[in-house]
Design a protein around this ligand. Sequence first.
Ligand SMILES: [Zn+2]
Ligand SMILES: [Zn+2]
Length: 841
Amino acid sequence: MPEFCDVALPVPLDMAFTYRIPQNTAPVVGGRVLAPFRQQRMTGIVVALHDRKPLVTTKSILSVLDPTPVFDETLLRLARWIADYYLAPIGEVFRTMLPLSAEFKRAIGYCITDDGRRALHLAGMSGSSARSRLTPEEQATEFRVLDYLAAHANVDEQQSFPPENNFQLDNGTPASVAAAGFTLVREGTLRSVTRSSRAILGGMVRKKWIAREDVSAPQDARRTIKVAVLKSAEGKLNENQRPLIETLVGAGGRIPLQALQSPDIPRTTLNTLVRRGLVDIVEEPANRMVSRAKPRPSPFEFEFHAAQQSALTRLQDAVSARKFSGLLLHGVTGSGKTAVYLAGMRFVLDAGRSAILLVPEIGLTPAVAADLHQIFGDEVAILHSALSDRERAEQWHRIKRGEARMVVGTRSAVFAPVSDLALIIVDEEHDSSYKQEESPRYHARDVAVMRAKMSSAAVVLGSATPSLESYFNAKKNKYALVELPDRVEQRPLPQVEIVDMRQEFQETGHEQVISRKLAAEIQERFERKEQVMVLLNRRGYSPVVLCRTCGKKLECGNCAIALTHHKREQKMVCHYCGYTAPVPKACVHCGSEYVYFLGTGSEKLEELLHGTFPQARIARLDRDTVRGHEDFERTLNALNEGELDLIVGTQMIAKGHDIHGVTLVGVVGADVALGLPDFRAAERTFQLLTQVAGRAGRGQSPGKVILQTYFQEHYAVQFAARHDFAGFYEKELQFRSWMHYPPYSALANVIVRSAKLDEALQWSGQLGKWFDAARHEGVRVLGPAAAPIVRLKRDYRYHFVLKSPSREKLNTTLRAMLAHATQQKIPRTQVIVDVDALWLM
Ligand SMILES: [Zn+2]
Ligand SMILES: [Zn+2]
């Protein structure tokens, strides 16, 4: 066995750490180990085994968690590629890829020291010390902590920690207080019993009165359920016992206890049967994820029109070739892309291989999950954001064991540990939820393409509005372009009518939210018993509160962002950090009473619609009314069942739903995003307008869209109105090419942040000077400049935008910049490198 191993730990440092391997332990590359790091214990991934003795003294790993690798060769390569491409710390990459945090229990323990005993003794004699900087209450708390720890110093360990939490060190070194035979009291217990805070305990550790130790340890994360097992049906049964035994027999002799219990039968009945030896109760791993929703009768029709059939054939050929190939499936809204995906996955399953389907965050409703279970049975694992850590770990193990070969999930499902991967599908590939906005800042679509390359698999990117990057790649023949130009059953795309809101203002003499045209069209739909969707991509009641005396806005306390008025909650809310403030009666800056609430959000729009159409049944869908997938689905179901006439909402309503009764879509404030200083504003607006227009006319009656705008000449609005993707794409590419923006350049946003303004200025100045002096050929550096949102979540922010036609040169420059920042003692967490940034805000 080699003497040392290199371990990637989940810390923001671009390196692995060398540890000694103790006798009789056998870590494996790609497996987890428990290791001491500073004052903590952490799980990390072994990336190398070797005999090169490091120059500094090394600690030993504490234990080996996996006898076999959790990452196979391809996933290890993929992790390295992500760390390299996105300049992300390798340990953070592994942490993101492996959803097994439930298998590690964090625990901190405390014990009293000799100094602590002395302090306790003195305090007992003299009462509180007048010289202390602490308040009498704080001193009393310290006394309670010392007293409690002293009293529990000699109690058997197992009373303060459960036995499975064995914190004897595996390597036998008495490096810790725990190993030296002290008894530790768990932090949670100590804090609740002595009513102490983390700050008080920290202060006592610094005074060396108490010692703190990380005693985190692996734990069994498997959930179990109790199952009743039939042993014998012989013997006399009374009228309560008989139905229980009959149910058990009917279920084949085993049934979860929960399913057996009924309000009509006393609980003691089962106990009696157990005592008589007729029934046994056993614990079993709860491995099955049972969907609560009932499957819809026929979720997908696999009777394909010609274009669908040819797309499926292309996909099947790509899978069968067993080498990398990329397909861009550009299908108009309502053209039946999902059916092609699912048929493709069935093909992979029948071949005994694996497939991954990525969907945007809002896509995985309970009904979709039920459909997937119906199609793929137990062979599917569904990974969504509502899973608990334990459930997530369970699904990971099912996939790793090969029990589930079809994986459907949001962003991080791209890391699912399937073997023999044949196909990855990225649905709505343009969706921004595929980009992770924290380290590692990866884009799941691009990782999917790379994983497919490494696995010699096929990748399918699907969308009605492909991203410029993907369409560009297809045009350059990096991907094959497959088009679904028609809707299913030859249904026409909706007719789009633009309403110029400046003209509306001139003709009516005042600012309108709902134009006369839109109001008339809505009225007409209600009379015909048809349904309407109205989009306003801004939540809350009023987005701005302005003082007419001093001209200032009411801003968030943590961000340079105007607070939004939420009327029903009677609060002012920051949409970036969640900060709230009371609704002002007077200006907070000058005291003037002339404060005005300006603009319209979805909450106000709903109120206005209620006022205009008092008879209509109206619901709202946005992040204030939807807390989870089930709320979302409930509202959509109500619309589907005809219990609603109109839904108003933010972009949430634009995404991929198939409601047949909607014949009119109104877009209010189509151009909110066009005013933002972001080079992707036009692309985003075009995508949103096209997607929301696609909700209209998916049933028997044709659809119509009313698009209200102040920028009617803007090409994003014009091309969306004509359903002209190719036209928009040509125009937008021209702009990107002139401005050296993606896809013509690789781009990175570098943000320097600090809670202290002078630090943010100083650091960005230092990096600016370095960029100037280093003069990296072929890389354009813009900045430092104040970020468009100059203060966010208490941090002041300055940024650089780097562009280069060569990705290699860009990354070399970024790597050198990070090395310089480290040299200048700028903390790694305060310099954010966002490669292929989606937002430059
Ligand atoms: Zn004022
Ligand atoms: Zn804020």
